[in-house]
Design a protein around this ligand. Structure first.
Ligand code: 1CP
Length: 359
């Protein structure tokens, strides 16, 4: 891994010298720190090898030696400024006792929970215990970073209650999550009960991640943008604010990045009321508009189109330079606007890292 000239500084102040932590704290670090959503994944041959060894995706997430290895692979290859725990947002429902499997080519499949009996059968207490192997992954990655890559920050994460509830009610991935959103209208008390359970379970899980070595937490709300404004306030902003408050009671200083994907103009209200300290922006968001819509000094993260990274060459260069120009002089974390896709050529990622590092 990269050697680090500021290693002694980061040892002195907790997290002090790490570029990602400085940017999330409101400093206009330049060149901006850089990492990519889904940076560990099928576009990397070394990931495919470990994935094949594990066999099943859940086995990969719950075998700490393998999960730690794939978490670190993109750090070794590219020297990103952050390692993100290798796991999945659906490991919370799994830890709550909802049967989950990942079918090859189909994505996640869960036994849907749509009535009081099924929702009542889920466990909230003990989630951190059942997630023990995932917490062990964090401990191992943190120990390796502390020894070999002190500039690199460790990110833990969970899905936001609304997005996780979408999968739990629907039972699978999709485009509109009609069953979940339908339940939220037809039986808001029951849907609200599920959301409250997720706030509690995710609080436990995220606090346990911080205690296991995560230095930053990110909340993935991939389907937030499906909701009209009143529903967005009720099921996205309010539960996120409760979750952030509960985590901050135990970990007052940990930076939390919210990613309300496709929130559009609701981004402004989310930024003001959710309590998160930084915002992940999706590909559709205009960076300059976002900078004007959020509280002054709030760090922004994003939002290169993953398909520009697939294309590479002049298109990639133009898009990446435009993002840098828009964000120069303010706290910014360079990232994609959604996860890296499997067909991404690894050499395009290397080209992007060179370009961003050149400022
Ligand atoms: O075959 C494989 O290797 C499985 C593919 C895969 C991977 C690599 C899945 C299944 N999950 C992951 C890892 C993952 N998922 C991470 C790891 C850390 C990283 O490198 O970034 C993270 C943060 C996630 C988060 C996640 N999972 C989200 C939120 C972000 C997003 O992409 O919108 C969502 C929606 C999921 C659900 C999920 N897990 C996997 C798939 C294919 C999906 C999407 C299903 C769908 O809606 O169709």
């Amino acid at each position: 891994m990269e050697s680090d000239p500021t290693a002694s500084t980061s040892a002195a102040a907790p997290g002090g010298g790490k570029p990602l932590l400085r940017a999330l704290g409101g400093e206009a670090v330049w060149p901006p720190p850089l990492w990519l959503m889904r940076q560990a994944g099928r576009y990397l041959p070394e990931y495919r090898a470990v994935r094949a060894e594990a066999g099943d995706f859940i086995a990969l997430c719950t075998r700490p030696e393998l999960a730690a290895e794939v978490t670190l692979q993109p750090i070794r290859r590219y020297g990103f400024d952050a390692a993100i725990l290798f796991s999945d947002i659906l490991m919370v429902p799994w830890a709550m006792g909802q049967p989950l499997r990942f079918a090859e080519g189909e994505g996640p499949l869960l036994e849907p929970v749509r009535d009081a009996a099924a929702i009542g059968g889920l466990a909230v207490e003990g989630v951190a215990e059942r997630a023990a192997p995932i917490l062990e992954t964090l401990r191992r990655v943190r120990a390796t970073l502390d020894a070999e890559a002190r500039r690199v920050a460790l990110i833990g994460f969970a899905g936001s209650p609304f997005t996780v509830a979408c999968y739990m009610v629907e039972g699978r991935g999709g485009r509109d999550f009609a069953a979940a959103r339908g339940l939220a209208y037809a039986d808001p008390l029951l849907f609200g009960r599920l959301i409250r359970m997720l706030v509690e379970a995710s609080t436990e899980y995220l606090c346990a991640q911080a205690e296991a070595g995560a230095e930053v937490l990110m909340l993935f709300d991939s389907w937030a943008g499906l909701l009209p404004p009143a529903q967005f306030r009720r099921w996205v902003i309010e539960p996120t604010a409760q979750l952030v408050r509960a985590v901050r009671k135990r970990h007052p200083a940990i930076p939390i990045i919210g990613f309300p994907r496709l929130a559009g103009p609701m981004l402004a209200e989310y930024a003001q009321r959710s309590g998160v300290q930084a915002l992940g922006l999706d590909t559709t968001m205009d960076l300059r508009w976002a900078a004007g819509a959020v509280p002054a000094g709030m760090a922004l993260q994003g939002n290169l189109d993953p398909l520009a990274l697939v294309a590479g060459g002049a298109a990639l260069e133009a898009e990446a330079r435009a993002n840098l120009a828009a964000m120069r002089g303010r706290p910014f974390v360079f990232n994609l606007g959604h996860g890296i896709v499997p067909q991404t050529p690894p050499e395009h990622v290397a080209a992007l890292v060179r370009l961003v590092r050149a400022g």
